[in-house]
Design a protein around this ligand. Structure first.
Ligand code: NAD
Length: 498
């Protein structure tokens, strides 16, 4: 990809190591304790900025601001006015897309070619929800007393929403939570990951510039165990929308029980990608590789269990390994980088642990598997795209979410067998199928237990199409019209008319 702007210059202009306040009730504030944490560039280890380390008192202040806004002038905004506001935010995102993309690349390592390419998806979400703002409606329901009593439903905003997001796609994850809140008339407190807090603060600036009333969108930077936990348990928060690991999702669901707040959870996965005997191999190889290696495997939908029909297994996996070796690894800000760093030294250690477990359990390391060193890499956490062949279903690398650039390839013999093995996981987020037989594709689609199934493709996400998990990959959906119901309560109204 050739960029038509100077990403490195923009990077130099964006962050200088200085303090970036958080955004509560329309004010730019420090943590009440004065504590800060550092936000890093995972490619270089350089400190980009410091941000407030919010405590429970800061979260409480944000909830007060969000409640006040929910009951204040924001409640008088008509659907049309909310639509106009969302369209204005979309325009501002369009005008600032390069800054948002560079900020994401700097703070979480995703190559600039990818952050830039997410434009349509993110701005599309804002415009999709703008459209939805004016299409919310209840229903008139025929009851058992026609002529005497009319009954109908109203869809009302759920109230104050706590949104907790991971670090791997801060712009998209923020908008996927904020846009439906604005469309429905809710207010929101967003807690970004401590590993990538910077772009959500830029987003808050754009919200302010667009004229979002004070307190409607609040960004609180802090640790999950403190600020996130307080938001999840807070008695005056009506709903938590969470994206992150399954373990944290479980903790949040438990914390939310206190006031029975509504919860939706987008969690982890260990998604199967099934390559049938008749697959178009040349087409499937790069897609299967990038189903994991995009963003160094740090994607919830990574198709990390690669099931390949035995007849083509060796050829196919050999080609995926060749493809892995051809990828360029480097700093995300370089436009020709295919694979950036892992988010942290901690995560790199976890991935190295999985790679050694694959080797010690007897899988065949066909590509990658090592950490890069040298002047370009020493400041960051770079692991080469790794392909294991001969993996057995009971090995750790075939069972657990790695969140790193590791493919575990396994042969299969029959369709019934591969369906059973693909479904033999606690997760159910996504799946992929490659076959030229349409009938077989439909059969597999019906039998695979996953929230998204892609056929002869992978990774597509669209604002209009629901996305989310089955089983321990969570509950609730983002995207599509059903998403908005997660931000609404239904009120039944009865009117005596005779
Ligand atoms: P994580 O669960 O460690 O953290 C996610 C967020 O939760 C962060 O903001 C963190 O501060 C916060 N948090 C941590 N502990 C908390 C607690 N006790 N109470 C409240 N909040 C808390 O996940 P991560 O490492 O940032 O992201 C990786 C995980 O996210 C992977 O498992 C990945 O599959 C998942 N993920 C899922 C999706 C999806 O849409 N299904 C998308 C991206 C990432």
């Amino acid at each position: 990809m050739t960029l038509n702007f100077d990403a490195k210059k923009l990077a130099g202009d964006l962050y200088d190591g200085g303090f970036r306040p958080m955004f509560i009730g329309g004010q730019w504030v420090a943590a009440q304790s004065g504590e800060v944490s550092e936000a890093y560039n995972p490619a270089t280890g350089e400190v980009l900025a410091t941000v407030p380390l919010a405590g429970a008192a800061d979260v409480d202040a944000a909830v007060v601001a969000a409640r006040k806004a929910f009951e204040g002038p924001w409640s008088k905004f008509t659907p049309y006015e909310r639509q106009v506001l969302l369209l204005k935010i979309a325009d501002l995102f369009e005008a600032n897309w390069e800054r948002l993309s560079v900020s994401d690349t700097l703070n979480m390592g995703m190559p600039i070619s990818r952050t830039i390419a997410n434009k349509r998806r993110v701005i599309g979400m804002l415009r999709f929800y703008a459209g939805m703002a004016t299409s919310l409606h209840g229903e008139v329901i025929d009851n058992s007393f026609p002529g005497e009593i009319v009954s109908f439903t109203r869809r009302e905003p759920i109230g104050v929403v706590g949104a907790i997001i991971p670090w791997n796609a801060p712009t998209a994850a923020s908008i996927w939570k904020i846009a439906p809140a604005l469309a429905t008339g809710c207010t929101v407190i967003l807690k970004p990951s401590e590993d990538a807090p910077l772009t959500p603060l830029l987003i808050a600036k754009l919200m302010q510039e667009a004229g979002v009333p004070d307190g409607v969108v609040n960004i609180v930077t802090g640790k999950g165990s403190v600020a996130g936990a307080r938001l999840a348990e807070h008695p005056d928060v009506n709903k938590i929308v969470f994206t992150g690991s399954t373990a944290t999702g479980q903790a949040i669901a438990r914390a939310a029980v206190g006031n029975l707040k509504r919860v939706s959870l987008e969690l982890g996965g260990k998604s199967p990608l099934i390559i049938c005997r008749d697959a178009d191999i040349e087409r499937a190889v790069p897609i299967a590789a990038m189903a994991v290696f995009a963003h160094s495997g740090q994607i919830c939908i990574a198709g990390s269990r690669l099931f390949v029909a035995r007849e083509i297994h060796d050829e196919f996996v050999g080609k995926v390994a060749d493809y892995a070796r051809s990828l360029r690894i480097g700093h995300g800000i370089e436009e020709d980088t295919d694979i950036g760093p892992l988010i942290s030294a901690r995560q790199a250690k976890v991935v190295e642990g999985f790679i050694s477990s694959g080797q010690s359990e007897g899988a065949n390391l066909m590509a990658g598997g090592n950490r890069l060193s040298g002047p370009l890499y020493d400041g960051g956490n770079f692991i080469t795209p790794t392909v294991f062949g001969g993996v057995k279903d009971d090995m750790r690398i075939a069972r657990e979410e790695i969140f790193g650039p590791v493919i575990s390839a396994m042969p299969f013999d029959t369709i019934d067998e591969v369906v059973e093995r693909a479904n033999a996981t606690p997760y159910g987020l996504a799946a992929g199928i490659f076959t030229q037989n349409l009938g077989l594709a439909h059969k597999l689609v019906r039998r695979i237990k996953a929230g998204s199934v892609w056929v002869n493709m992978y990774h597509a996400i669209d604002p209009a199409v629901p996305f989310g998990g089955m089983k321990m990959s969570g509950y609730g959906r983002e995207g599509g019209t059903e998403h908005l119901h997660e931000y609404l309560e239904t009120k039944a109204v009865w009117i005596q008319t005779d």
